[in-house]
Write a protein that binds this ligand. Structure first.
Ligand SMILES: Cc1cc2nc3c(=O)[nH]c(=O)nc-3n(C[C@H](O)[C@H](O)[C@H](O)COP(=O)(O)OP(=O)(O)OC[C@H]3O[C@@H](n4cnc5c(N)ncnc54)[C@H](O)[C@@H]3O)c2cc1C
Length: 350
């Protein structure tokens, strides 16, 4: 068996494989193309401290205790994942880049990687979204003389000192960027496609279940999930309240075009800018599955639980309804349960 990706979703899956009696190296391998433990967390910006990360659930079987909230989440979680891999002997192979998964022989899948091929009866795909930042396209974008960057390359607020910055995107990343950058920048402007919806009160279990149900419904129909914030809303915490009061979170609708010096709306309004920061989210990193033709006409991969409807050997863990640390934990367990059923009749080999 092959697990692709060693973030929260892949490690949770590997943990449940071990608990079910599968041995790393003998029965399954975990492949990851990043240089170090931590999944996408290892690439997150230094000012995203552990204290600013809300709702990070521990991996199954090992708590993350006494972490210093002032330390970078990339370090805290990188170290925790490293400890986790060693504690459970998961033997993640890295860096190994999975380039394509295609039909093999004898009903098996052929997994082509930077380190050779694997043949497998089942594959857990847990490659996350970090490697596929989503940049919408707007007329004139290529003429902009300033700098454009995506959340995935956000260097922290100091890099924007004295600059006029436009932040695009109504999710948690966009609002966090604005609140951090505003004290350093000469000016900030916030634009979003839809008016932001702020959520009063805690995001409790019931709200979580309702949000997951909305995403599940789309995925069941083979439609790509909408943005996280469209189902969860933005938490109205103290920092956000302050940002609303100060005018930092004074949102404008999406501009219509980009000019060499900034952006412009159809009614002729303009904002000059040195930087456009696209906090516009990510898409699933699943291009390596393209040879299997799993996509529906709606653009999504239809799944039942974690199993791809078009190919029951493939499980997708950490997407849509399971695109959170708690969701990834649960989906890893569900995928292993399902794969055990699939393999029940035959011996397993990596
Ligand atoms: C800025 C930000 C903050 C977030 N904060 C929270 C939070 O507070 N709480 C929460 O629950 N969720 C949060 N999330 C969502 C969170 O990232 C996910 O819940 C979870 O960490 C994702 O885990 P994952 O295993 O699915 O993906 P990842 O952590 O991205 O792991 C995927 C792994 O797959 C590997 N990989 C990808 N493609 C290949 C390939 N072709 N071959 C080999 N390896 C490959 C990558 O190297 C990576 O290690 C946040 C997301 C972002 C962007």
């Amino acid at each position: 068996m092959v697990v692709v990706g060693a973030g929260q979703a892949g490690l949770s899956s590997a943990y449940h494989l071990r608990r079910a009696g599968f041995e790393p190296d003998r029965d399954f391998v975990v492949l990851d193309h990043s240089p170090a433990p931590g999944g996408a967390w290892q690439f997150r910006w230094p000012s995203l401290t552990y204290g600013k990360v809300h709702g990070m659930h521990a991996l199954p079987g090992m708590e993350l205790r006494d972490a210093d909230p002032a330390r970078a989440s990339s370090e805290v979680i990188g170290e925790y994942f490293d400890r986790y891999e060693r504690t459970f002997g998961l033997r993640v192979r890295r860096p190994v880049d999975v380039r394509a998964v295609r039909e093999g022989s004898g009903g098996r899948l052929l997994v082509e990687t930077s380190e050779g091929d694997w043949s497998t009866r089942a594959l857990i795909n847990a490659t996350g979204t970090w490697d596929r930042p989503f940049w919408p396209r707007y007329p004139g974008q290529e003429t902009f003389r300033g700098r454009q960057l995506h959340t995935s390359r956000y260097p922290g607020p100091e890099a924007f000192a004295g600059q006029r910055v436009i932040v695009v995107g109504g999710g948690a990343s966009g609002t966090q960027h604005l609140l951090e950058i505003a004290p350093y920048a000469a000016a900030t402007t916030w634009v979003t496609r839809r008016p932001p919806v702020f959520r009063e009160g805690p995001f409790d279990e019931e709200a979580g279940r309702a949000a997951v149900a909305l995403v599940e419904e789309r995925v069941r129909q083979g439609l790509p999930p909408r943005s996280v914030v469209s189902v969860t809303g933005l938490p109205l915490n103290d920092a956000i309240r302050q940002g609303l009061e100060d005018g930092v979170l004074d949102r404008r609708p999406m501009f219509d075009r980009i000019t060499p010096d900034g952006v412009e709306w159809a009614d002729g309004r303009r904002v000059a800018a040195d930087v456009i920061l696209w906090a516009t989210g990510f898409r699933p990193s699943v291009e390596h599955l393209a040879p299997l033709r799993l996509r529906e006409p709606g653009g999504g991969i239809r799944v039942e639980g974690t199993r791809a409807v078009a190919d029951p050997r493939i499980h997708l863990v950490g997407y849509g309804p399971s695109a959170s640390t708690i969701g990834a934990n649960r989906a890893g367990r569900a995928a292993v349960r399902d794969i055990r059923r699939l393999l029940a009749e035959e011996p397993v080999a990596a």
